[in-house]
Design a binder for this molecule. Structure first.
Ligand SMILES: C[S@@+](CC[C@H](N)C(=O)[O-])C[C@H]1O[C@@H](n2cnc3c(N)ncnc32)[C@H](O)[C@@H]1O
Length: 272
């Protein structure tokens, strides 16, 4: 069924949490990327509301991300035994913690200070603090040298929009990746855009659910993030919520590109 006001309602509960008065939390570099001229209102711009969530209620975001686990196939697909991995938009480490066993060094780039703090805390608790480094940066301005990593990856972070990657961000990810290395976008929001830039699609099948720690947590977080499913989650006392019920596509897809071994050469065939 088509809901006529669906776009206007997207993220309604999340948008309600913030106002223009909250925009002061952004640094000038963040405001330049996230606040659209003429539409700097989180009550109407859900993308802006997400950026405020990361900075004003990072623990709430972390509870959601911890429940929305990636398909095991996605993590299993990533190359093992890399020397260096760079993750961009690492957040609170849903993927980062999986990466530390796959490379000698991992650099996690994350612009939101409160998310970097949570990620540092988790890495310290996991006793891998030396192996992984958490740094500030943006897709379109990565604080890393050319050809630095074997794998450059982003999970639920890269989009074609300029503030969240775009052409400049993809070019930066490819600059930081060594020749013959792999650039991977996990849980992409626009496969067609990436396919037009030489990225191949991999999808892993099977049912997937959001796995909350308790029924109460499921009811609380569904009320904010999956409002259409919230009533059913509450009524049935669900702890796990199928992604279809939540109304979001499951984290089962990735898009990747193996960079040519020589400048101007063809992309090598096959997965890494
Ligand atoms: C939905 S969260 C995903 C976080 C993490 N990768 C995960 O899967 O849990 C999106 C992340 O992208 C980050 N982000 C937003 N804009 C960015 C930019 N321009 N450059 C790099 N990261 C960005 C946010 O700060 C946030 O950590």
């Amino acid at each position: 069924m088509t809901v006529p006001d669906a776009p206007a309602r997207a993220g309604l509960e999340l948008r309600r949490r913030y106002t223009v008065a909250d925009l002061g939390v952004f640094t000038p570099d963040e405001a330049r990327r996230y606040v659209q001229p003429g539409n700097g209102d989180p009550q109407t711009d859900v993308v802006l509301a997400w950026e405020l969530l990361y900075r004003l209620e990072p623990e709430l975001y972390d509870r959601l991300a911890s429940a929305e686990r990636l398909h095991r196939g996605v993590v299993g697909w990533l190359p093992r035994g890399a020397d260096r991995i760079v993750e961009v938009g690492a957040g609170t480490g849903r993927l980062t913690l999986e990466l530390i066993g796959r490379a000698r060094r991992v650099v996690a780039v994350e612009p939101a200070g409160p998310l970097r703090e949570i990620l540092r805390r988790k890495l310290a608790a996991a006793d891998h603090g030396e192996r992984a480094r958490v740094v500030h940066g943006f897709f379109d301005e990565l604080p890393l040298p050319d050809d630095h990593a074997d794998l450059v990856v982003a999970c639920s972070a890269f989009t074609p929009a300029a503030g969240h990657g775009g052409e400049a961000g993809l070019a930066e990810m490819e600059r930081v990746c060594r020749p013959g290395g792999c650039v991977t976008v996990i849980w992409p929001n626009n496969l067609g855009w990436l396919a037009a830039r030489g990225y191949r699609h991999v999808s892993f099948p099977g049912p997937m659910s959001v796995e909350f720690g308790s029924c109460d947590e499921a009811a609380e977080l569904a009320g904010i993030f999956y409002p259409k499913a919230a009533e059913e989650v509450r009524r049935r006392g669900l702890r796990t919520v199928p992604f279809e019920m939540a109304g979001i596509n499951p984290p089962r897809d990735l898009a990747y590109r193996i960079l040519p071994c020589q400048p101007g050469g063809d992309d090598p065939p096959g997965p890494p």
